[in-house]
Design a binder for this molecule. Structure first.
Ligand SMILES: Cc1cc2nc3c(=O)[nH]c(=O)nc-3n(C[C@H](O)[C@H](O)[C@H](O)COP(=O)(O)O)c2cc1C
Length: 221
């Protein structure tokens, strides 16, 4: 039996986006919106859907956590040998999406992905809680099949025994795990409005050089 949502609708009335008064850089607006989402207690506003597409031309999407907004892009951490890692090795173009329902906002970022340097990944790995460090080793290869939950738990327990918490033996930083940075090429900010008259402003960088200026356009909703 089908499930019908055609009578479900919401009027979006919480904000507006004015092309004349927004910052000249999308990084500033992204940080403003992120701060507002944090202030409004949006749960994990830094959780983003990451879309990749490998050589098979089949897009895949999953949530990852944004860990840093840098001067040129955004960083997340994952397993380099995962399905997404494979896609990225084959095609560096990616798009991410944030949707903050509480603010009726969507942000869409596209750019090219590259691994960050291993020292930076190691520094973040060492900052993570011990159990998350162990978890990264259990999930290898991430996206590979595992026979059962028991198998995962046995591996977890074994690693906890090999690298007890608060011991002198730190959990080694896995070579298969680390950060990716998406160098931002385009950002679209979407603010829901009444009557489907939503505001959409897209920033595109004028050249690939660092600190290049950005042009904005309003798009039909
Ligand atoms: C809220 C949330 C946060 C997540 N954060 C991450 C993350 O930061 N890194 C990561 O590798 N996977 C994260 N995941 C798991 C991914 O969505 C995904 O299941 C996993 O990375 C495997 O994806 P893949 O098979 O496409 O490589 C998160 C999932 C959720 C729901």
């Amino acid at each position: 039996m089908s499930m019908d949502f055609t009578d479900q609708r919401l009027s979006y009335e919480k904000g507006a986006l004015d092309q004349q008064s927004i910052p000249t850089s999308p990084f500033e607006l992204l940080k403003e919106w992120m701060n507002e989402a944090l202030a409004q207690k949006v749960q994990e506003p830094y959780a983003m859907s990451l879309a990749t597409c490998g050589a098979d031309n089949k897009p895949s999407v999953r949530i990852v956590l944004l860990r840093e907004i840098t001067d040129n892009g955004i960083i997340f951490y994952t397993n380099y040998e995962s399905a997404k890692g494979q896609d990225i090795a084959e095609n560096p173009n990616a798009e991410v999406l944030f949707f903050w329902h509480e603010l009726e906002r969507q942000v869409r970022i596209s750019g090219s992905i590259a691994k960050i340097d291993t020292a930076k990944s190691a520094a973040y790995f060492q900052k993570r809680p011990h159990d998350s460090q162990v978890g990264a080793w259990v999930s290898q290869p991430q996206s590979g099949e595992v026979a059962s939950r028991d198998v995962m738990e046995q591996t977890f327990d074994q690693l906890q025994a090999d690298y007890p918490d608060n011991s002198q033996v730190p959990v080694p930083v896995p070579a298969f795990w680390g950060g990716y940075e998406i160098t931002i090429e385009q950002v679209e900010f979407w603010q829901g409005r009444a009557n489907r008259m939503h505001d959409r402003i897209v920033y595109t960088q004028d050249s690939k050089q660092n600190n290049a200026s950005w042009t904005t356009k309003r798009l039909l909703p």
